[in-house]
Design a protein around this ligand. Structure first.
Ligand SMILES: C[S@@+](CC[C@H](N)C(=O)[O-])C[C@H]1O[C@@H](n2cnc3c(N)ncnc32)[C@H](O)[C@@H]1O
Length: 431
């Protein structure tokens, strides 16, 4: 995509072509959902668009079809905003989910930020959230096409009056100096992918924080100039990168770990060093678990035998190192010091920080013994889950080959020390 494509896609002719291709795509997916396996076919979509819009050059038809494909892929992640955005492949992979961006933006607003520099704004999803929270935003993006898309996206969302997009390299002292002159907060979502190395069409992830763009040492220098600074980072970020007096937060959405964030003290609640934010789309507000101590100073949870309940902590809780806190809340213990299954005899629900299962049977794991236990319990249908054990749950379920029976169960497979164990649990979490 180039700047001309962006201008055309944003103009009346491009919008009409995109609307026609989207209508065709939606119809095709409706037919596919109704059982027509040939309905969704990129070649047919291209032919249909050519027929409807014979005037389009192949390049423009391709630009339209790419947007339709990207929007379809974006919908689960970007939700209702998707239909109003223009996207790129790499931009979509890196875009922050609006639900998470809005939570962050509200924290900046609560900390008194009024004008924020979004340094490396990508397609503008975070900038838009900051503007929705009432902040003015100066967004810097070094890729001119991505910058044009960001400007177009915030305008489409009705936020252009709050967001100025600047094309430039944020690490260039002149560009940065001009931007920082007038802001009281900064946010960086460094590019953590290398577009020159692709695997299955996706840019390869870069693990070393010094190889992110901008690099981590640059972000630290920025925070020394702008106290209200936070950065979005990969969930695998080491705890040691947490700024002195700041907070590391891991966020999950509907059970999937989506990001981590490192915030400097001016954006940190007093005394909070680690947090897990667990977002559920069926809940009005996220559930937040916080700790005032560094992971290295955390007391190890007790270890003991299985009780009446097994709890599977959310991934954000695990990455934030808060399993011990969750265990404490339920007066629980771990089955194994290195495996994040908590067990307790107390009937306490801490959802969504952990999903709990009522244990019916515990046995050393072997396929034959497990099958016998399930058959004896009249279980004909199982969901198999596992942690810290080298089995494929689908394969186990298939090989169990349970005879028809009315009962259902969840089977949790794990190891205790070196020994594999199976826990047969009631099917409803919390039941
Ligand atoms: C992870 S993406 C940002 C995504 C954005 N937060 C969103 O939710 O849409 C990082 C962006 O930073 C840009 N970038 C990387 N290094 C930069 C630099 N030195 N100056 C300006 N932009 C930069 C990249 O081009 C990329 O678009």
């Amino acid at each position: 995509m180039d700047l001309e494509d962006v201008a055309w896609l944003d103009g009346p002719d491009g919008r009409a072509a995109l609307a026609a291709a989207t209508a065709y795509d939606e119809d095709a997916h409706a037919r596919a959902a109704a059982g027509d396996p040939t309905a969704v076919d990129p070649l047919r979509a291209a032919t249909a668009l050519r027929r409807a819009r014979a005037d389009l050059t192949p390049a423009r038809a391709a630009a339209v079809l790419t947007q339709v494909r990207l929007r379809r892929r974006a919908r689960p992640r970007l939700g209702d905003l998707t239909a109003r955005l223009l996207l790129t492949e790499d931009g979509l992979e890196q875009a922050t989910r609006p639900v998470v961006a809005d939570l962050r933006a509200r924290r900046y607003a609560a900390a008194g930020a009024a004008h924020l520099a979004d340094l490396g704004c990508g397609l503008g999803l975070d900038s838009a959230a900051f503007a929705r929270a009432g902040l003015r935003v100066t967004a810097v993006e070094r890729d001119p096409v991505v910058a044009a898309l960001a400007a177009r996206n915030v305008a489409e969302l009705g936020l252009a009056h709050l967001v100025t997009v600047v094309v430039g390299d944020a690490t260039d002292p002149k560009t940065l100096g001009a931007v920082l002159d007038d802001v009281d907060a900064a946010y960086v979502d460094p590019a953590r992918r290398d577009p020159s190395i692709r695997h299955e069409g996706r840019a390869r992830r870069v693990a070393d924080p010094e190889s992110w763009s901008p690099p981590w040492s640059w972000v630290e220098r920025l925070a020394a100039r702008v106290p209200r600074t936070a950065a979005k980072v990969a969930p695998g970020v080491p705890h040691e990168l947490t700024p002195e007096g700041g907070c590391a937060t891991w966020t999950s959405v509907d059970g999937a770990l989506v990001e981590a964030e490192l915030a400097w003290p001016a954006l940190t609640e007093p005394g909070v060093r680690r947090a897990a934010v667990v977002v559920r789309s069926d809940a009005d507000a996220p559930t937040v678990e916080r700790s005032a101590v560094d992971l290295a100073d955390e007391d190890a949870p007790p270890v003991g035998v299985v009780g009446s309940w097994l709890l599977e902590p959310d991934d954000a809780v695990i990455r934030a190192g808060l399993v011990a806190q969750v265990a404490q809340r339920v007066d629980g213990r771990l089955l194994d010091p290195r495996v994040a299954y908590v067990t307790t005899d107390r009937d306490v629900d801490v959802a969504p920080l952990a999903t709990r299962f009522r244990v019916a049977t515990a046995l050393p794991y072997g396929l034959t013994a497990l099958r016998a236990a399930l058959v004896a319990a009249n279980v004909g249908h199982v969901v198999v889950k596992k942690r810290a054990i080298g089995v494929d749950p689908d394969d186990v379920r298939r090989r169990l080959a349970l005879p028809r029976a009315p009962g259902s169960a969840v089977v949790l497979l794990t190891r205790i020390g070196a020994d594999p164990w199976a826990f047969v649990c009631a099917v409803q979490p919390g039941a």
